[in-house]
Design a protein around this ligand. Structure first.
Ligand code: SF4
Length: 366
């Protein structure tokens, strides 16, 4: 177990409760905020002070990202999965129809995405290593790089050598969520398959850092456990990775559970206001890091958070393999979407918020 994730939870809870308005205002004035300030900014005392957090976050976002917002579209390659994560529509016990895309089918999807003006893509798959193999991914990334400026992956954990092959084939970013940093909660929701191993998952992201990915994406699935405690572990994880892989950029995501399965009871609900508090607090404490907000959230929320904190957003998402080329498909989705704007609508809405849409902000030549 990596030591930086260890925490004294009673102490954290007590300190969160003790934090008051003065602590929050003081944290906002600190020039280089760290874990101490983060604790005050995510405390219950900061919730009524969201306007203050928002003003500070807006200032920092402008300083580090100018008027830009990066857009990308996820491409689902397979909804087969050998894991049993009880909150996910792709879990191996789910009786829904499955589909995995051949390389040709995936390229048809990619061309459909490119056609609606997107230049950045996230390749997503359930843990399906037999078919979504390293050879498949490497070949696909090589082909995709001819179409897109930026490619990221959100797949099952790989060894450093395999990640390196994908990096060399043109993959720029890696996302691997821990889902929850609380080990007991992790056990409760990850019943079987390789993902049931908490430590292995936690350590796999290090392989990605060693492979040299430009962006390393981490996050928790909000709703599984107390979000304030999770936020501190997520921050500690980021600080560890930032120190170790200083050439890579950390990207935070804050997915709230929006399950495809209505039977699933969310054990630790996070309100929209609390989500906003968490995102603003991370923008203030990690001003240079990427913050990504997906279409799980509503159009109104995403429009509000784009100028204040988010640097990256998904657009025109389909969570169904094959869902772009054939939009009538009704196969299994991983989670449900709340922002269903098309890419054109998204691009135009960002413009009206005075934001410039970009697809990547770096180049190997820079
Ligand atoms: S969350 Fe990922 S690993 Fe778990 S069942 Fe869903 S697709 Fe598989």
């Amino acid at each position: 177990m990596i030591p930086y994730i260890k925490r004294d939870e009673n102490e954290i809870t007590n300190r969160l409760k003790r934090s008051d308005e003065q602590n929050v205002l003081q944290a906002l004035k600190t020039s280089k905020p760290g874990m101490e300030e983060l604790l005050h900014l995510i405390s219950p005392a900061a919730l009524p002070l969201l306007d203050h957090l928002s003003a500070k976050a807006t200032q920092l976002k402008k300083m580090h990202y100018g008027k830009t917002i990066k857009l990308y579209t996820p491409l689902y390659l397979s909804n087969y999965c050998i894991n049993h994560c009880t909150y996910c529509g792709f879990n191996k016990k789910s009786k829904e129809k499955r589909r995995r895309l051949s390389i040709d089918e995936a390229m048809t999807e990619a061309r459909a995405i490119k056609k609606f003006g997107m230049d950045s893509i996230l390749l997503v798959s359930g843990e399906d290593p037999k078919h979504i193999s390293i050879d498949y991914l490497e070949k696909l990334a090589t082909e995709m790089k001819k179409l897109f400026s930026y490619i990221a992956i959100e797949i099952y954990p790989l060894s450093m050598e395999y990640y390196q092959r994908l990096f060399n084939a043109g993959v720029d970013g890696l996302t691997l969520y821990q889902e929850t940093y609380d080990q007991n909660t992790y056990k409760t929701f990850h019943l079987s398959g390789p993902k049931a191993d908490y430590d292995d998952r936690l350590e796999s992201i290090i392989n990605g850092g060693q492979a040299g990915f430009r962006t390393i994406g981490i996050g928790v699935l909000l709703g599984l456990y107390d979000w304030r405690v999770e936020a501190l572990s997520l921050a500690a994880h980021a600080i560890f990775l930032k120190k170790k892989f200083w050439r890579s950029k950390i990207q935070f995501s804050f997915p709230r559970i929006t399950v495809a399965n209505p039977q699933f009871n969310v054990p630790a609900h996070v309100s929209e206001k609390e989500l906003e508090q968490m995102i603003l607090a991370f923008r203030i404490v990690f001003p240079e890091s990427e913050i990504s907000v997906s279409t799980r959230e509503s159009c109104e929320f995403r429009n509000r958070i784009a100028p204040t904190a988010a640097s990256t957003m998904s657009a025109a998402s389909s969570v169904i393999p094959g869902g772009y080329a054939d939009s009538d498909q009704k196969e299994l989705g991983q989670f449900s979407l709340h922002d269903t704007r098309t890419a054109a609508m998204m691009q135009s809405d960002m413009k009206s918020l005075n934001l410039d849409v970009i697809y990547k902000d770096w180049d190997k030549l820079f």
